[in-house]
Ligand binder design. Structure first.
Ligand SMILES: [Zn+2]
Length: 53
C-alpha cells in the first residue's frame, strides 16, 4: 500500500501504443524548424505523442 512513488508523467505514442516516462531516454528527440523540439517514438517514428498525467 505504501511506497507509491511520484511517477513522472508518462508519454504514449498514439500510433503504436509505445509508452515510456516523459523525458525518458527511450524517446527520440528531433528538432523541427518552426515547431522546435519534438518527441519521436522509437518504435514507429511517429511524433504523435500524448503526455498523460
Ligand atoms: Zn509509436
Amino acid at each position: 500500500m505504501s511506497g507509491e512513488t511520484a511517477t513522472a508523467r508518462s508519454s504514449r505514442c498514439r500510433r503504436c501504443g509505445f509508452e515510456a516516462p516523459g523525458g525518458a531516454d527511450d524517446w527520440l528527440r528531433i528538432e523541427v524548424p518552426k515547431l522546435g523540439r519534438m518527441t519521436q517514438c522509437p518504435e514507429c517514428e511517429s511524433t504523435d505523442i500524448i503526455t498523460q498525467r
